[in-house]
Design a protein around this ligand. Structure first.
Ligand SMILES: Cc1cc2nc3c(=O)[nH]c(=O)nc-3n(C[C@H](O)[C@H](O)[C@H](O)COP(=O)(O)OP(=O)(O)OC[C@H]3O[C@@H](n4cnc5c(N)ncnc54)[C@H](O)[C@@H]3O)c2cc1C
Length: 308
């Protein structure tokens, strides 16, 4: 055993929310063999295993996580050398920049989404009409129950809006992926587009707040709700979905607070930790928001953030 498994490791600073208690057991893993070691360690002791990537889409409970938290730090990518392989722990923005350096792109609109490549695949991260599913051609993952390593084609990943096979099957730990759907680009133009995308995000979204991004997914809504949204915003509701932020605002919950957790005034679908919010504050505010939106529109919001 070469792994450094630590006990009672604080998790808050490993998340963008800056909330939550300790991991009972915690390990940084840098290779597939270390993931396998962590799996067998947890299996031998009958301890649950939980995966943490960049921590930008998780809410850790105040009492912490009674499990072995496996922090995915598999690093490295190889663009232009064949399969455009990327390890799951690489930061998504660094990956997109790395591809541009190798004159490969097309996915610059994903630049600025925080977190790791593994986390992005698991949640089919997207922005400005692009989703990671449009670029990934193969995902490799290891099964935490059987230790089987499997390659998933794009179709087998079952991607949909903020969804993938891996979301329904958390026993699969994504180790790396191939991105053969990138196209040849001019390096400077691609890097410029990345910077413009980040600037656009900073204008539209809150980037440097203690939050997990959009807390709820944009739900499918009844036709009359879609029409209200379309008339007000002079746009079409894509796939029958309306923005959760709009529903939250129209339900009077913009700016609502529980403790130090607040539905942001600029982007009501961001629940922001304005100081020392607890996970319970966030959960209670989320519950109040869900009730208000359901009462007003008959629509049920579903959390995008993973809650541990
Ligand atoms: C300011 C801000 C802006 C954001 N903007 C966007 C946006 O525009 N679009 C968007 O889609 N999202 C956005 N997000 C949400 C978040 O960045 C994405 O969901 C991101 O892809 C999560 O990746 P992560 O590595 O941080 O995952 P984590 O938060 O670490 O984990 C999220 C979930 O994925 C699982 N997971 C992580 N790594 C792996 C792996 N290797 N294998 C299997 N499961 C894994 C975890 O177990 C957990 O269930 C934003 C978040 C913030 C804080």
């Amino acid at each position: 055993m070469t792994l450094d498994i630590r006990q009672d490791v604080p998790l808050a600073l490993l998340t963008t929310f800056k909330i939550g208690g300790k991991a009972k057991y915690f390990v940084d893993v840098k290779s597939i063999s270390e993931i396998r070691e962590a799996i067998s360690w947890s299996k031998t002791r009958d301890i649950e295993l939980v995966v943490l990537g960049g921590g930008s889409n998780v809410l850790v409970s105040d009492s912490g996580i009674d499990a072995l938290v496996v922090h995915i730090l598999l690093e490295g990518y190889d663009f232009g050398g064949g399969d455009n392989g990327v390890c799951a722990g690489v930061n998504l923005l660094s990956t997109i920049r790395g591809a541009s350096d190798a004159t490969l792109g097309g996915w610059e609109k994903l630049a600025g989404i925080p977190g790791s490549v593994g986390g992005a695949i698991r949640g089919n991260a997207g922005a400005f009409g692009s989703e990671i599913k449009d670029f990934v051609t193969l995902v490799r993952a290891v099964n935490a129950n059987t230790e089987e390593i499997k390659e998933f084609t794009n179709a087998e990943c079952n991607f949909a809006y903020r969804h993938s096979y891996f979301k329904d099957h958390p026993e699969w730990i994504i180790t790396d992926a191939e991105f053969m759907n990138l196209r040849g680009v001019d390096r400077e133009e691609s890097l410029n587009l990345i910077e413009r995308t980040i600037a656009e995000r900073e204008k539209r979204h809150l980037q440097n707040v203690k939050a997990a991004g959009s807390f709820f997914m944009n739900p499918r809504a009844p036709r009359h709700v879609q029409e209200m949204f379309e008339q007000e915003k002079n746009t079409t509701a894509r796939e029958g979905r309306v923005p959760a932020g709009w529903l939250i605002e129209k339900s009077g919950m913009k700016g609502a607070k529980v403790g130090d957790a607040m539905a942001s005034l600029q982007h009501p679908n961001y629940i922001v930790n304005t100081g020392n919010a607890t996970a319970d504050d966030v959960r209670n505010l989320a519950m109040e928001i869900k009730i208000a939106v359901h009462e007003k529109f008959g629509v049920t919001l579903t959390e995008e953030a993973a809650i541990f």
